[in-house]
Design a protein around this ligand. Structure first.
Ligand code: ZN
Ligand code: ZN
Length: 124
């Protein structure tokens, strides 16, 4: 049951002790190479920044609608680097880096997000 064991461990470690001020670091708990990624969400209608949260593994705005225009659509944007302005809006995603496939998300990441992530990667 090696795969099962691996999956369980993967689920357990949230890599919470990885420092947030670096781009890459090895997790002190599980030893995986972790990439810190910051994401913000914007209203798809007026483009204003919304405070981002992660719900069920998905990045979305904290509010149900845009406080500026009332829109319900939003876009998720990956930040190349976190700064002091965006840190109030951004969410941190700790991504385990696979040595062979560095841009692919691991099973720790919700699968329904994959298409959005691929889109984001293409926009880079
Ligand atoms: Zn870890
Ligand atoms: Zn808006």
């Amino acid at each position: 049951m090696f795969l099962m064991d691996l999956f369980t461990r993967c689920r357990k470690c949230q890599h919470e002790r990885v420092p947030v001020n670096v781009e890459f670091s090895y997790c002190p708990d599980c030893g995986q190479l972790i990439e810190n990624e910051w994401y913000i969400v914007r209203c798809a209608c007026c483009g204003i920044k919304e405070k981002a949260v992660i719900k069920n593994g998905e990045i979305m705005p904290e509010a149900n609608f845009c406080h500026n225009c009332g829109g319900h659509e939003y876009i998720v944007e990956k930040l190349p680097k976190i700064n002091f302005v965006d840190i109030n809006y951004a969410v941190l995603v700790r991504k385990a880096v696979e040595e062979s496939k560095p841009t692919e998300f691991t099973q720790c990441w919700a699968e329904k997000n994959v298409s959005k992530q691929l889109l984001l990667q293409q926009l880079r």
